[in-house]
Design a protein around this ligand. Structure first.
Ligand code: G4P
Length: 529
């Protein structure tokens, strides 16, 4: 990476993640995007062939999935004049918390939709999350080499179900066996599709102008159909508007096939042209920290263990918000009030771990973590403040965890607290007894925890069912009321891994009654780190 002025470096960067329903083509698109970024000689090495569906509690599969998402956690590549950071999100919905937090570290998202299926559940959920910050969305309608649904109907569905306006940038000509290519509405050119080119960067076969007779010569009757359709589309759909896009209210839509590596580059052109350069982030005091602020700052949005199986280390992923990271620089870890010197931050160039000399806003760096870094931690090299907005979600599944060997209580607690700091799971210690309750958003998290307790903390633990329906973090502006609540509701109160007071409800009815009975107490569904 060459050093430039801060604003030059900021202007070059685009940091995004892909949101999609499983099987829509996220992995395939990632491969092709990297191919275009020329980070991979030949696309197809992001992940090996899938070995069928994941057995729900098959640890080996999990380990594989983790191993895979680890090497591709963050990928940086050049595209045209830009430097693009693509952040991977776990595929399995049981790790959705991780995904939510990763979405706080990007400035835009690519939404991939299977053209034969349209808008699916997971996409709806993830779009809700992007709404929290009005993240700009680019849409890719995938699998045009198969018979897809009527494109206009697909756009309608996106608009009505996801409540975002669509502005088609390209328009497909046929699909499945008859997929001929796309017409680029803004450039007034047709780009023709050729099969069997999925593994290479193709020269674009372009026909300028919709009325060009060459179009009829090349695609026959499809040309006349296309002209008719484009007239219709222009009348029926929105024109691209950059302001609305940046406000998260309108999405440019591209059509193509990731597998055939067709259309991915059109989408990338749009991304580097329109997607925001690294955006400001807000502090817990409501101040905006812009990317061009000269002093360094950043926040940790993810901690991942076992990056390197040989070292069993843990890496904290930090999004740089402002200023410049230089190897060996000193920064302040705000939560613990300590200065640290960072000499060996990592970057992840298409799976390789490389030591970085410098990094800029929008970039992600990996810090070696020996247990002192938590999700949500802010690091600054200047003024001290704390970034806000990195959520913990109230778990929906609960189990009591018990040791096989009761003498290892201390290790168990240590392990659980560390795993909860990583966001792998949440742990609750009731005020009224010595139970340890593990809370998760997805059931696979339970398996991960038991496996890691064994391999990293040498603790054998088992689960027992427990009668808990939900948990809420509680707070109050009135200390006295909070004390009273603590006394009266002690049977239902616990401390989480970070010692935050939590209400543990055996049923939803119980929770509702408690919120009515204690109007001065706030019950929170999410907790900010
Ligand atoms: P995901 O990460 O979103 O879960 O999706 P992934 O890229 O793994 O794609 C899911 C399946 O869809 C894969 O097939 C992949 O080859 C296929 N696919 C992706 N893009 C396209 C496309 O443009 N056209 C067609 N026809 N298929 C596409 P699979 O058989 O499940 O896996 P594999 O054995 O090919 O790896």
């Amino acid at each position: 990476m060459s050093g430039g002025s801060l604003s030059n470096e900021v202007n070059k960067r685009r940091t995004f993640a892909i949101i999609s329903h499983p099987d829509a083509g996220k992995t395939t698109i990632t491969e092709k995007v990297l191919l275009h970024g020329q980070r991979l000689q030949k696309a197809g090495t992001v992940k090996g062939k899938k070995s069928g569906q994941h057995a729900k509690s098959d640890w080996m599969e999990m380990e594989k999935e983790r191993g895979i998402s680890v090497t591709t956690s963050v990928m940086q590549f050049p595209y045209r004049d830009a430097l693009v950071n693509l952040l991977d999100t776990p595929g399995h919905e049981d790790f959705s918390e991780d995904t939510y937090r990763t979405l706080t570290a990007v400035d835009s998202c690519l939404m991939v939709i299977d053209g034969a299926k349209g808008v699916e559940d997971r996409t709806i959920k993830l779009m809700e999350v992007t709404r929290l910050r009005d993240t700009p969305i680019i849409t890719f309608m995938n699998k045009l080499d198969r018979d897809i649904r009527d494109p206009l109907e697909l756009l309608d569905e996106v608009e009505s179900v996801l409540n975002i306006m669509c502005a088609p940038i390209t328009w497909p000509i046929g699909s499945g066996k008859n997929f001929k290519g796309v017409y680029h509405l803004m450039n007034d050119e047709t780009i023709l599709y050729k099969t069997g080119q999925g593994h290479r960067i193709q020269d674009r076969d372009i026909i300028k102008g919709l009325d060009n007779p060459e179009l009829d010569a090349r695609i026959g009757d499809y040309a006349a159909d296309l002209r008719e359709q484009i007239e219709l589309v222009k009348g029926a759909s929105n024109e691209f508007d950059k302001e609305l896009f940046l406000a998260g209210e309108l999405t440019p839509v591209y059509f193509g096939t990731a597998l055939g590596n067709f259309g991915v580059d059109h989408m990338l052109d749009g991304l580097v042209q329109w997607a925001p350069t690294p955006l400001p982030r807000e502090t817990d005091e409501g101040k905006q920290v812009s990317a061009t602020m000269p002093t360094f700052s950043g926040f940790v949005f993810k901690i991942q263990a076992n990056m390197d199986p040989k070292h069993r280390d843990r890496v904290a992923f930090m999004r740089i918000v402002s200023g410049k990271y230089e190897k060996g620089m000193k920064m302040h870890q705000v939560r613990i009030g300590k200065d640290v010197r960072i000499a060996d931050a990592l970057t992840f160039l298409a799976g390789d771990r490389e030591h970085v000399e410098e990094a800029y806003p929008g970039d992600i760096i990996g810090l070696h973590n020996h247990g002192t870094i938590q999700i949500g931690d802010t690091f600054t090299a200047g003024e001290k403040f704390k970034f806000s907005g990195i959520p913990n979600f109230a778990p929906e599944l609960f189990r009591r965890i018990r040791l096989k060997d009761p003498l290892k209580q201390k290790q168990l607690l240590k392990g659980l607290v560390q795993l909860s700091e990583e966001g792998a799971v949440q742990v609750f210690r009731p005020l009224a007894n010595n139970d340890l309750i593990v809370g998760a958003v997805g059931v696979l998290q339970f398996d991960v925890v038991v496996h890691r307790l064994k391999s990293e903390y040498n603790v054998d633990a088992v689960y027992e069912s427990i009668n808990v329906a939900t948990a809420r973090w509680v707070s109050s502006n009135d200390e006295r009321k909070l004390d009273e609540f603590r006394r009266k509701a002690e049977q239902n109160l616990a401390l989480d891994g970070g010692d935050n007071l939590t209400y543990i409800a055996p049923t939803m009815v119980n929770l509702n009654l408690a919120t009515e009975r204690y109007p001065d107490i706030e019950f929170h569904h999410t907790r900010e780190h």
